[in-house]
Structures are given as structure tokens and as C-alpha cells.
Design a protein around this ligand. Structure first.
Ligand SMILES: Cc1cc2nc3c(=O)[nH]c(=O)nc-3n(C[C@H](O)[C@H](O)[C@H](O)COP(=O)(O)OP(=O)(O)OC[C@H]3O[C@@H](n4cnc5c(N)ncnc54)[C@H](O)[C@@H]3O)c2cc1C
Length: 286
């Protein structure tokens, strides 16, 4: 195996596009574990961390652009980011331990393709846009458009995410992320939810996004769950309808960490609890 530190994104794209078996590495908290478990190494490991700008968090058009190699710990220390998108930051900060946080990136979490990846439901709820550098140049794609299935994304050969844009948060809006894990820490979500709500001047939900994780082959946006919240102050009927819509959207696996029935029930609970947190963060009164 060759290990090459890319000097810039074009260099990285060329290395990844040439021949078979080249793989990018950011924090390495998935890549290295997978290499050890499988005993198979990529032909070329392309380290992205020295690409200029790839570790920056910058304000852009009222939103925030996060470089692909910014670690979870760095995101958690950025006040502008925490204020504008607290749900995205709390999702990223749930990944692993303090040690893992120093290495793990949000973009690596997305590109690993796990249905239980903590950052992905929060990114969907925030309507985040990934910037991709590929053989044909640069393009922007909503994160939702990149999800494909367990361990897979729609990124093509040689494609590299260089950053993710979290758009300008709307006035009177806020997001939140919650997950259920069997242990108190260092576990993978059995069900999770990211919710983003915008309130009108009267404190009524005017716009909503509800996304679930770990209950289908990819994270999913549940439009019926969002619709149940719009026009309400999260009264009991709206919350119940939201939970039911979430349950209907579930298509989970059945394993030792959670049965289908349990994951389905908990998805609705996570979504409605996250909705209440987002509502209060946006200034709503429960
Ligand atoms: C102890 C431990 C605990 C963990 N806990 C959690 C948890 O609680 N929740 C959770 O969701 N995950 C968890 N993980 C998984 C992992 O830490 C996360 O998925 C992490 O965010 C991956 O980021 P990374 O930078 O380390 O990715 P890497 O390992 O560097 O890369 C991951 C994948 O993405 C690809 N990739 C990386 N960057 C790019 C890019 N810019 N463009 C295209 N492809 C790219 C790589 O080729 C690889 O396929 C845990 C892992 C460990 C070891």
C-alpha cells in the first residue's frame, strides 16, 4: 500500500481516479478500523488533511462552510456554528469518545455510508449541501442526493467532498438531534432523529424538516412527519401524528441491539423529543 499526502484537491482527485483501489482518508477512524478488520489495504491511501482550506470553517452567504477535514472537536469549539446549527454540532459531538472526536470528521461520517451515522439525519434536516471535486470539476449536491445504502454513497470514482455548506438558518428557527443507544456512550444509534423547525412571529411552526437515522438502509427525510408539525405549536395531536408518520417511514433491521418493533417505536419518540427541543430553541413555548 502507498500512502500519499495530497497537496491540493486536483492532486487528490487525480490520485483517486487513477487505477483501482485508491481510497481517501480523513480522520481514519473508519478507514483504519476497516483495514484492520478486513485485512485488506487500499492500493493507495490518499490523505486529504493537507489540502489548503480543507480544515477551515468559514462564513459564506450567511451560512457556514465546513471543510471536509474539520474534526468533530473543532466543530464543537466554533461558536458561530454552534449558535446557528446546534443540532448538527450535537450530532457530530456524539461520535465516539474524546479521542475519536480529535480525528473524526463529519464528512468521513457521511462518506462511510452507515445508516446509523450520527451526523447524517442532522445534515438532512439542515438541508446541507456537499461540495464535490471530481474528474469533471466542481459540483454542489444536497447531502440527501448522496445517500445510497449501507456502506455506499453516490460518490463516483475519483469524487472527493471538499466541504459541506450549512445554509443560512432562517429567522426564528433551530435544529436538534437525538439518538437512542443501548449504552450511555460509545455506541451506535438504534434509532435517531434530526429536526429543524422555523416558527412564525406567533410562535407557530411555519416550516419543518424531520429526518431519521438507523431505521432504514439510509437516513430518511419524513415529509409526513414534518407536515404534522406545520401550523401547530406541537400540541399533543401534532406530536402523535408526527410519531406515527415516523413509525410508518421505518424499515429497520432486526438485530441484537434492537428489534424492528423497538427501533420503529423509538424512532417516533426520538423525532418528537428532538422536535420539542428544536421548538424551544427557536423561541417556541411548550
Ligand atoms: C471507537 C469508535 C467510536 C465511534 N462512534 C461513532 C458514533 O458514535 N457515531 C457514528 O456515527 N460513528 C462512530 N464511529 C465511526 C467514525 O468515527 C465516524 O464515522 C467518523 O465520523 C468518520 O470520520 P473520519 O474522518 O475518521 O473518516 P475516515 O475513516 O477517514 O473515512 C471514512 C470513509 O469516508 C471516506 N472519506 C473520508 N473523507 C472523504 C472525503 N472528503 N471525500 C470522499 N470520501 C471521504 C473514506 O475513504 C472512508 O470510506 C466510531 C468509530 C470508532 C473507532
Amino acid at each position: 500500500m502507498r500512502y500519499i499526502v495530497a497537496k491540493n484537491s486536483r492532486d487528490a482527485v487525480a490520485l483517486l481516479g487513477a487505477g483501482d483501489g485508491a481510497q481517501p482518508i480523513a480522520g481514519g477512524t473508519d478507514v483504519l478500523v476497516q483495514m484492520k478488520l478486513s485485512g485488506v489495504a487500499p492500493s493507495v491511501l490518499v490523505d486529504l488533511k493537507k489540502i489548503p482550506g480543507i480544515r477551515d470553517i468559514v462564513l459564506e452567504d450567511g451560512g457556514i462552510r465546513i471543510g471536509a477535514c474539520v474534526s468533530g472537536a473543532e466543530m464543537g469549539e466554533n461558536d458561530a456554528l454552534k449558535n446557528m446549527w446546534p443540532g448538527v454540532v450535537e450530532a457530530v459531538e456524539l461520535i465516539g469518545s474524546t479521542q475519536v472526536q480529535g480525528r473524526a470528521t463529519m464528512v468521513g461520517n457521511l462518506c462511510n455510508g452507515s445508516p446509523a451515522a450520527d451526523s447524517v439525519p442532522a445534515l438532512l434536516a439542515a438541508e446541507a449541501i456537499a461540495r464535490i471535486e471530481g474528474q469533471d470539476g466542481q459540483r454542489d449536491i444536497p447531502v440527501f442526493g448522496l445517500l445510497e445504502g449501507p456502506g455506499r454513497t453516490k460518490l463516483g470514482k475519483g469524487d472527493l467532498i471538499t466541504s459541506v455548506l450549512l445554509p443560512k438558518a432562517a429567522k426564528n428557527s433551530a435544529d436538534a438531534y437525538l439518538r437512542f443507544i443501548p449504552r450511555t456512550e460509545m455506541d451506535i444509534a438504534v434509532a435517531s432523529a434530526g429536526v429543524n423547525l422555523q416558527l412564525d412571529e406567533a410562535g407557530v411552526v411555519a416550516a419543518a424538516k424531520v429526518a431519521l437515522g438507523a431505521v432504514a438502509p439510509t437516513a430518511v427525510l419524513v415529509e409526513d412527519a414534518a407536515a404534522a408539525l406545520i401550523g401547530t405549536r406541537l400540541d399533543e395531536a401534532a406530536v402523535k401524528q408526527c410519531a406515527e408518520a415516523c413509525e410508518k417511514a421505518c424499515n429497520p433491521i432486526d438485530d441484537k441491539r434492537g428489534t424492528i418493533e423497538f427501533r420503529t417505536k423509538v424512532a417516533g419518540v426520538m423525532a418528537t423529543r428532538a422536535a420539542k427541543i428544536a421548538f424551544q430553541r427557536a423561541g417556541g413555548l411548550l
